[in-house]
Design a protein around this ligand. Structure first.
Ligand code: SAM
Length: 342
């Protein structure tokens, strides 16, 4: 088990904060029907880094599959923390108190842990970030920044003073899928603004999301990407419209831009590849900050997409980097970008 670093010092200027700080941009307080939650203490603009926090404890080296061993390992790790941090950890919500009262530390990890990056089994539990409640239309995105070894919470839409700061505990899906996951893993019935919509509206939203998942299969079909790029572009356009309608601003949007960057680059369309690389970088900056690994790795391809491995498998859509049209109305530019008039 790697002992965690402790929470960052209170420093509202860069978005880090101590628990319950009244001077900060947020505070922890009771939220009706949800226990404690994080609430904005002032108007927060989209793109603001609200919290940047190191985990109290990580599950690296912890045998989570064996709860008896995990409990002992977590206890050992906890003892290495300051008394104040031990208390902060022990005070976190534990959904498993009733079903598994003999493994309280494992229960706290399962109820509050976030994966520390993509494609990793390692999770982290946070004193403040773990107080953020779920919404299927969250106003923030969380990101593990490996450069700073901190989890960041960035606003992706404006949050008014007094508004609850929310994040998503899942990666999407229809309302039925989301509800089932949240009930099984966190023990609550989701009543966020999306799940509380009237039945007709919710059905329409579910149909759109299911359609987006189906369209996404086209983007993952290497044969179509290579031989039928126009069909792939059309599917991507439909997905983008669905994301707009649903207000999706999480990793799904970034992934769509990235796929489009690669699609255009593969067919030597440098003008559009540049545009999609820029949209990707902008969306990641907003959701993960300018020092996100994703931003840093992609930055140079906005200028020179041809340096990326995906460039030039075919000549089908050839354009130059300077062929981005200027002075077009937004609707005309969109037509060009999505290849609707070629
Ligand atoms: C990671 S904790 C979040 C902080 C927690 N509310 C607390 O008091 O410490 C997850 C738990 O918060 C509650 N929760 C989170 N989002 C919720 C929501 N949208 N509706 C109802 N309860 C929610 C559930 O009890 C869930 O198991």
């Amino acid at each position: 088990m790697a002992p965690s670093s402790t929470s960052p010092p209170h420093n509202p200027q860069n978005g880090e904060s101590g628990e319950n700080s009244e001077n900060s941009v947020w505070k922890i307080q009771e939220v009706p029907g949800k226990g404690l939650g994080v609430v904005a203490n002032q108007d927060i603009a989209a793109g603001t880094c609200i919290i940047s926090e190191a985990p109290l404890i990580t599950t690296e080296g912890i045998s989570m599959a064996n709860t008896d061993i995990a409990e002992q390992q977590l206890l050992n790790a906890l003892k290495k923390l300051s008394k104040a941090d031990q208390e902060r950890f022990r005070s976190l919500h534990n959904y498993y108190t009733a079903s598994d009262p003999t493994h309280p530390l494992s229960g706290i990890c399962k109820s509050n842990g976030y994966p520390l990056g993509t494609n990793t089994e390692v999770g982290g539990v946070f004193a403040d970030i773990s107080r953020i409640n779920h919404s299927c239309l969250p106003n923030t995105v969380q990101y593990w920044n490996p450069l700073h070894e901190k989890q960041t919470i960035h606003a992706v839409r404006p949050i008014p003073n007094g508004g609850e700061v929310t994040t998503s505990y899942l990666a999407g899906g229809t309302s039925q899928e989301r509800k089932q996951f949240l009930k099984e893993n966190f023990g609550f019935d989701c009543a966020c603004e999306v799940c509380s919509m009237l039945e007709d509206k919710l059905r329409e939203s579910d149909e759109r999301l299911a359609r987006a998942e189906k369209l996404d299969e086209t983007l993952g079909d290497s044969k179509k990407v290579r031989f039928s790029p126009d069909e792939v572009m059309k599917s991507a356009r439909s997905m983008f419209k669905i994301y707009e309608e649903e207000g999706i601003k999480d990793g799904r949007l970034g992934r769509l831009y990235y796929d489009l960057f690669q699609l255009c680059n593969m067919h030597s369309d440098l003008a559009r590849a540049r545009c999609f690389a820029k949209y990707y970088v902008d969306s990641k900056k907003m959701a993960e900050g300018k020092d996100s690994i994703n931003v840093l790795e992609m930055f140079s391809y906005v200028k020179s997409p041809q340096k990326h491995d995906s460039f030039g498998s075919t000549d089908m859509w050839r354009t130059g980097t300077t062929d981005v049209p200027k002075g077009l109305k937004a609707s005309e530019f969109a037509k060009w970008l999505w290849r609707e008039n070629v």
